[in-house]
Every structure is written in structure tokens, then in C-alpha cells.
Design a protein around this ligand. Structure first.
Ligand code: 4EH
Length: 230
């Protein structure tokens, strides 16, 4: 059985997972804390990165390169773009893009830099595991592009622009970093988010109210996925 990394950005996103681990060993490395343990016999390493693309890149890299994880599952919350996503709904990323990456002055599309790609696809096998788990629990899983950027979006115009430019269904601040690290190192990865807000004028208010409950919905699903892998 392979060693699985489970990553979030905020403490609230990983606490429901860390509290279910057995034989936990805590390691401080690169100014962050990593929790190695087992979940129903599966070896896992859990960490939250802190918020944003740079911290997420660091943590994903450490999980793969120092701890030797062979798969990475991200659990957390997101702002909805699609009208079909309500607070508490789960969405899995089929691909991730960086909505704040802009060298359009040189004629490139938004989100693109040379030798990169606008949208990085997630692992199809892990997506299929998620669909099986959802079916067995009678849960609805939405699937779509998730847009990442170093901004908490609380602005209807910005949200619409991200939605139309990248055909994105939801947005957050870490997923594309994980995608860049994992695809570069050829490690299968999966990004799950439960909706905490709609990235509009009420976003910060809704976020504060629903962070904990939505983070828990995502975390519970990720733990069921660990059971279903291999
Ligand atoms: O890790 C960051 C958190 C918000 S910033 C990205 N996460 C939550 C997802 C997310 C999100 N991202 C961008 C949920 N809703 C979002 C939105 N825009 N509307 C944060 C939150 N609380 C305290 C400090 N920073």
C-alpha cells in the first residue's frame, strides 16, 4: 500500500483528519508541522500549508520529496463560481489553473507561462475512486475546473471574470500549486473542496460562518477515499 499525503491550507481543514490518525508522529520541518500516522492501516502524512500558492508549493514538495508520499489528496473549502454550487457542496477538480498569472503583455493567454499549461489535469484514477465513494454514500459530487490565485475573492465582477476566462466552477488559493508540484514530480493527485461561500459581497461573512462545517464535510470524504485506495 502506498504512502498517502493529505494536505490542507488551514488548521480547520486538517484537524478533523489528524484527530482520526493512529500512532501519530509529529515532525517540525521547514517551519511547518507534519503528522505521520496510520488510518485504518494506511500510512498517511498530514499537514496544512498555511494560506496561498507559495506556502502550498513548499508543503506539497516536502510531502513528496522528504516524506516520500506516492499520492496526494487535498482537502479544504472553496468559493463557488457556478450557480449550481451551494454552501456545503463537494466539488472535485478535473483541472486547476492560476487565475492571477498574467504575462498577457507578451501575447500569452491568462494563466499561461512558456513550458507550463493553463489547466493542469488531476489523476483520473483518483477521480474515479472519489465517484465510487460518493455513489456508495449517496453523495453528489460536482466536477469542474478550480481556479487558484493569491486573493480571497469577495467581488462579483472578479468572480465572473475568473469563471468566464478559465471556465472555472470554483476558486481557492492553493490547488494549482499542488497541481504544479505533483504533475512535475509525476505523483498522482486529487483536489477536493467543499463550498464555504460564493466569492461575492457576502464571502467573508459566509466564510467565517461555514469554514468549519464545510472543512469537515471535505475531510470526512477524504478519509473515506483513503479507505478506498488500493
Ligand atoms: O486558504 C484560503 C482561505 C481563505 S483566506 C483559500 N481557502 C480559504 C479557500 C477559499 C477561498 N479562496 C479565495 C474559500 N473561499 C474563498 C474565496 N476566495 N472566496 C483567509 C481566510 N480566513 C482567514 C485568513 N485568510
Amino acid at each position: 500500500m502506498s504512502k498517502i499525503a493529505i494536505m490542507g491550507a488551514m488548521p480547520e481543514e486538517v484537524e478533523p483528519i489528524v484527530e482520526k490518525l493512529q500512532d501519530v508522529k509529529r515532525t517540525v520541518y521547514a517551519a511547518n508541522t507534519y503528522y505521520e500516522g496510520t488510518y485504518n492501516g494506511h500510512d498517511v502524512v498530514v499537514a496544512y500549508s498555511k494560506i496561498g500558492k507559495v506556502f502550498a508549493t513548499l508543503t506539497a514538495t516536502v510531502l513528496l520529496e522528504k516524506f516520500g508520499c506516492e499520492k496526494l489528496l487535498f482537502s479544504g473549502v472553496a468559493g463557488a463560481i457556478s450557480d449550481e454550487l451551494n454552501i456545503g457542496d463537494l466539488i472535485i477538480a478535473d483541472g486547476l489553473c492560476q487565475h492571477d498569472l498574467d504575462i498577457t503583455a507578451f501575447g500569452h493567454p491568462f494563466g499561461y507561462v512558456p513550458e507550463g499549461e493553463v489547466c493542469i489535469p488531476t489523476d483520473v484514477i483518483l477521480r474515479n475512486v472519489a465517484k465510487k465513494v460518493a455513489a456508495s454514500k449517496g453523495l453528489v459530487l460536482k466536477e469542474g475546473v478550480i481556479a487558484t490565485g493569491d486573493q480571497f475573492v469577495a467581488n462579483p465582477e472578479r468572480k465572473e471574470w475568473i469563471g468566464s476566462t478559465f471556465e472555472a466552477s470554483a476558486l481557492e488559493m492553493e490547488g494549482a500549486s499542488v497541481a504544479v508540484v505533483c504533475s512535475s514530480l509525476e505523483v498522482p493527485f486529487f483536489i477536493l473542496r467543499a463550498i464555504s461561500d460564493s466569492a461575492d459581497m457576502d464571502a467573508s461573512f459566509n466564510f467565517d460562518e461555514f469554514l468549519e462545517s464545510s472543512a469537515k464535510i471535505s475531510a470526512d470524504f477524504i478519509l473515506s477515499m483513503v479507505d478506498a485506495i488500493e
